[in-house]
Design a protein around this ligand. Structure first.
Ligand code: EPZ
Length: 429
């Protein structure tokens, strides 16, 4: 198993290209199931999760062709996928595939909408919490699906097609909103989704669906209206930049000091996180090319942050912010409201010398003078990258084990950081 070795203490200076967003790419790939035509996705990041989803879609009969680079193409730009779900050969998504990646449960919506049936394994819990799918099932039922749960599988049927309905989410859910959108796109009549997730990835998927012929308005607000159409066609769509990758590198620069341009990053995708960084004393400058992040000399102020659905502070940046606050001058508080168990990084950060107290959903972080390198590991993606950030500032060597978590969601993390002066390398097993 690969490991990442970091020798801390180098400032970061230079440019980091931001990749296409993982959490938009996955639902966009799944949306290809809605049409017989080819969906072309550009700016797709090279990630283990994308390859895993390719495998899962392959099981349903979907062909994914990865286009090669053409002369003159930007070497930093993502890949182009040509995805064709012309013939769906199987409407079952088995446990051994769904359990490897929770988002693959979302195939239930397009399979049901297009084929009238789907049998998809329940994903089960994961390292960051129980993560139920009850609201996704509720949304499908509101559109007329008959649902049975048998042997750990959700069996969804709509023999005569789905019909529009009113879906009111009691809690904001990204996966629930994606599911509702994809199902409603091919339902008969109009669907209204209330208390919809407003995450930018929802807007990106809605844009792509509209290019495919869907009639969706209001994506990006908490009330989305979908007028169902009989069929969708092919389209070409470029994935929006990854706001979590952007925030992660911004925090890395804040941690080490230095001056880095996050190329292609868009400030409006993570304003709340940029505001928190500014509060802590980091200089954030939006430019035509992206976002410049700098910290020169001054120390870090502590902050008090609570995670919330978009436009609030994202849970997917909570671990990285905590790593940063371990070196603040004073006491910070971070409250996690989205996932009940997303604190695996706390014990590992403590191994580097951080002072963190957990009390229910709130972590109190007492800033220390310095961190000291140590071997660490984590059981989820964002926790792992928080350990990389901490390692960049810790004295001596930090070895981050179980790097496959990082590879699920960060493209060439060691390469991007090394180009800005970090002493970081991958040690292949
Ligand atoms: C998406 O997960 C993201 N995944 C997560 O990214 C992200 O942390 C999360 O949204 C919140 O922003 C992808 O986009 C692929 P939710 P999702 O449904 O859709 C509860 C990462 O590191 N809930 O918005 O699964 C749920 O338990 C990750 O990239 C129900 O109760 O999250 C949670 O408390 C991990 N019933 C809350 O809602 C349901 O049926 C929000 O979850 C569904 C969710």
């Amino acid at each position: 198993m690969d490991r990442i070795r970091i020798v801390g203490g180098q400032r970061l200076n230079g440019t980091i290209p931001i990749s296409g967003a993982k959490n938009a790419t996955l639902p966009l790939m799944i949306a290809s199931l809605l049409t017989e035509d080819t969906l072309i996705l550009e700016n797709v990041p090279r990630l283990a999760d994308v390859i895993q989803l390719q495998r899962i879609l392959g099981n349903h009969g979907v062909d994914v062709m990865i286009a090669g680079k053409r002369p003159g193409d930007d070497p930093n730009s993502g890949r182009t996928l040509h995805i064709s779900a012309k013939h769906i050969v199987d409407t079952t998504a088995p446990y051994d595939l769904v359990s490897k990646m929770r988002a693959s449960f979302w195939v239930v919506a397009p399979l049901l909408a297009r084929m009238g049936e789907a049998k998809v394994s329940m994903p089960g819990g994961c390292a960051i919490g129980t993560r139920p799918v009850d609201l996704l099932i509720m949304a499908l039922e509101k559109l007329g699906a008959e649902i049975e749960i048998e042997g750990g599988y959700v069996i969804a049927r709509a023999r005569h097609g789905l019909r529009g309905g009113e879906i009111v989410f009691p809690k904001v859910t990204v996966g629930g909103t994606h599911t509702a959108l994809m199902a409603a796109a091919l339902a008969k009549g109009t669907t209204v989704i209330e208390n919809a997730a407003r995450e930018p990835e929802i807007g990106d998927v809605a844009d792509c669906l509209n290019k495919m012929g869907a009639k969706i308005t209001g994506a990006g607000t908490s009330r989305i209206e979908v007028e169902g159409v009989a069929r969708l066609h092919g389209a070409r769509h470029s994935v929006l930049p990854d706001r979590i990758e952007t925030g992660t590198y911004a925090m890395a620069v804040a941690m080490t000091g230095g001056d880095v341009l996050l190329q292609n990053a868009r400030p409006e995708l993570l304003q709340s996180a940029l505001d928190v960084l500014a509060q802590s004393g980091v200089t954030i400058t939006p430019t035509n090319e992206g976002i410049r992040v700098a910290r020169n000399g001054a120390g870090l102020n502590p902050v008090d942050v609570t995670t919330a659905p978009f436009p609030g502070f994202p849970t997917d940046l909570q671990a990285q912010l905590m790593a940063l606050m371990t070196l603040a001058k004073g006491t910070s508080r971070i409250t996690e409201t989205i996932f009940e168990n997303r604190f695996m990084h706390v014990q590992e950060l403590a191994r580097l010398g951080a002072h963190i107290q957990l009390n229910g959903e709130t972590a109190t972080i007492e800033g220390v003078e310095r961190l000291k390198g140590a071997p660490v590991m984590a059981t989820d993606l964002r926790a792992s990258v928080s350990l990389v950030i901490a390692g960049l500032a810790a004295e001596g060597e930090t070895m981050v084990n179980r790097v496959y978590h990082l590879d699920r969601g960060f493209e060439r993390v060691e390469d991007k950081l090394a180009r800005c002066g970090a002493a970081i390398e991958r040690i292949s097993a």
